[in-house]
Design a protein around this ligand. Structure first.
Ligand code: PHE
Length: 356
């Protein structure tokens, strides 16, 4: 402090020493503040409403215009110096606080967890993993399609024209038609539309499974409005019913871990296969239990996908994932799969690392 003018003013009785003193006093306080709260007190006592500098500034009002001008500039400069010192110190202290926290809260990510993960694999996920694994070893690849399906793929292309009674049997959830082309939309009632999507996209030979969610308006101990199917499709030259039987026999024997499992193919009816069959397994209790539907791909379906039925034949099958999972693990009520009851999940769920 202390330009020419100021000295002169000071001669006229303004306590300039006070300013210098105040400056070193406040800067000293700032420097010695070792806690953010203390620093805040310093700020208030200097620049707060009743702060030392603030009061001096208020006093200016009573001085002569000449003094006001010169001293005002000095006081403002002092205020800037102090504000800057406060900011700097604050940043310093904040960094110290952060560093102290970082030092005390180190996390060693290589340490083993104190509690093991609590989650279990849902029996459906587990069974599906196994099914994909088995089919994968048999040369099948996984194909997918959308849950919200166009009527064309879910019905028409599968040889189920409008007015066909099979449409009623499926308890279909209908949706408002699509905005672009007004196509009627449904929640797919089975995974068979993935057959069509695959055949339209890829040339034979084909060997796919299509696991996924399916929907029908039905609810009791053996039906839920959402359930899962696993679809299978093989298209090649000279494919026949014997291949279909061998394929399903191989799969179910591996899935149920029973190399002697006895299967029965009963005549059935599906518009998209001809001939069609229902597959049953002879269960331990001596009863024949239905596992799914299957058959040779109907020539109309091949034609709908631009595949020449005189050159190519195919077989297809569809099974309920819930059904085969219930049979494998002795789960009695289908609805329990979807209730998210932790006690049930703990009992029937699988540890993440197990393959059994
Ligand atoms: N889509 C049939 C159903 O949902 C099952 C099926 C699939 C039958 C493939 C034959 C061939 O019941």
């Amino acid at each position: 402090m202390g330009g020419q003018t100021i000295d002169k003013i000071c001669d006229k009785g303004f306590p300039m020493d006070t300013l210098d003193e105040l400056k070193s006093q406040i800067l000293g306080e700032i420097e010695h503040a070792t806690k953010l709260a203390v620093l805040e007190d310093v700020r208030v006592s200097a620049l707060g409403k009743q702060g030392r500098l603030t009061l001096l500034m208020k006093e200016l009002g009573q001085k002569t215009p000449e003094m006001r001008k010169a001293l005002g500039a000095e006081l403002n400069a002092l205020k800037d110096v102090i504000t800057q010192a406060l900011d700097q110190r604050k940043a310093q202290l904040e960094e110290e606080v952060l560093n102290a926290r970082l030092a005390s809260e180190t996390l060693d990510v290589s340490l083993p967890p104190r509690v093991m993960p609590q989650g279990k694999i849902h029996p459906l996920s587990h069974a599906l993993d196994q099914a994909i694994h088995i089919f994968g070893q048999m040369g099948f690849v996984v194909a997918e399609g959308p849950d919200i399906e166009e009527d064309f793929y879910n019905f028409t292309a599968l040889n189920i024209p409008l007015e066909h009674p099979a449409r009623q049997e499926q308890d279909t959830f209908y949706l408002p038609p699509s905005a672009e082309d007004r196509q009627p939309l449904v929640l797919r009632t089975h995974t068979s539309p993935v057959q069509i999507r695959t055949m339209l996209k890829q040339k034979p030979p084909l060997r796919i499974i299509a696991p996924g969610r399916t929907y029908r308006s039905d609810y009791d101990a053996t039906h839920t409005p959402m359930f899962h199917q696993i679809e299978g499709l093989v298209v090649d030259k000279k494919t026949h019913m014997g291949h279909l039987k061998g394929c399903l026999e191989e799969f179910f024997r591996l899935f149920f871990e029973d190399p002697a499992l006895n299967l029965r193919f009963r005549p059935g009816y599906f518009p998209f296969t001809e001939p069609s069959a229902e597959v049953d397994a002879l269960w331990k209790n001596g009863a024949w239990l239905e596992l799914g539907g299957c058959g040779m791909v109907h020539p109309n379906v091949l034609r709908n996908c631009d595949i020449d039925p005189d050159e190519y034949q195919g077989f297809a099958f569809g099974m309920g994932l819930e059904r085969i999972t219930m049979l494998k693990y002795g789960i009695e009520d289908l609805r329990l799969f979807f209730e998210s009851d932790l006690r049930w999940l703990n009992h029937y769920g699988f540890a993440p690392e197990s393959r059994e």
